[in-house]
Design a protein around this ligand. Sequence first.
Ligand SMILES: Nc1ncnc2c1ncn2[C@@H]1O[C@H](COP(=O)(O)OP(=O)(O)OP(=O)(O)O)[C@@H](O)[C@H]1O
Length: 302
Amino acid sequence: MMEVDFRNVTKKYGRTEALRELTLNLAGDKIIGILGRNGAGKSSALQIAAGHLKPSAGDVSMLGENPFNSLLVSANTILVHEGMAFPPALRLRAILAELERAYPAFDKKLAKSLLDHFGIPDHAFHIQLSKGMKNTFNMVAGIAARTPLTMFDEPLNGMDAGVRSDLLKVLLKEYIAHPRMILLSGHQLEGMEELFEEVVILHHGRLLHHGNADEFKEGFVRISGPESEVRRAASEVQVLELHETLPGMAEAIIMVRPGTTLFMNEGLGLKSTSVSLGDAYVAMTRKKGGIDRVYADATDGR
Ligand SMILES: Nc1ncnc2c1ncn2[C@@H]1O[C@H](COP(=O)(O)OP(=O)(O)OP(=O)(O)O)[C@@H](O)[C@H]1O
């Protein structure tokens, strides 16, 4: 069974601590979302799992090996990211041939058909592709590699909506046909959240949450209605975010204990609705007061 284990992993770049004593165990063939705001440490964690980066302290193991400079890990892992460097002298078809050599289960026919579908000619050079096309090529390579651990770091950047939804469909089909552990990182989820079975939330280099994606989402509710009623209802629970929507109206994102039911007094104009995974983790990692407070303080409430 695929297992990636981080024990007290710290990663420092000079004085910046990108990961702070991260302890995290990922196990099994699952699609796992690695979420966090800008600079949370997502890329650092994925690069360490792939063996591209060495932790400053702590232990990492994948398939029972330390990934750093491990041949076993590199043959069984692909990390797809925007900065993937392919030799500039190679055309895409030559890159596919290299990938086929590097990854025993690489499906070149699938990769070629997908590139064809997305209108990416295989005689082109990687460097000539647009940003969205580069990311599409990289993601196709990652899907077709069929490695037991497949990681995508913000894979959908720059892609148009049609390409994005096609690639997510293919990813799901491929995962069902050839199960593997897939880690997908992002701050903007752009449809990926539908695929997550588990989520990991990093915040300032620390683990904020790891668990089942649906259960995580169900731990949040949005209540909206007249501001005084929203404030009154919110005073009894843990509120992550409360803001005015229209004059006199407000909405709040609150945390609820799984399995509890929230009774809304509809006679008072209160409504409760579900919260998307993206809104839930953003609310959870937001600074107190949020941008409204920053703006009000900066402008003295003018
Ligand atoms: N090569 C580097 N040199 C110096 N600092 C770095 C380097 N790479 C990352 N950092 C710093 O480490 C922290 C974590 O960065 P990381 O890229 O892991 O976060 P991230 O969650 O992937 O962010 P984003 O969503 O913005 O890509 C940030 O403060 C970043 O500035």
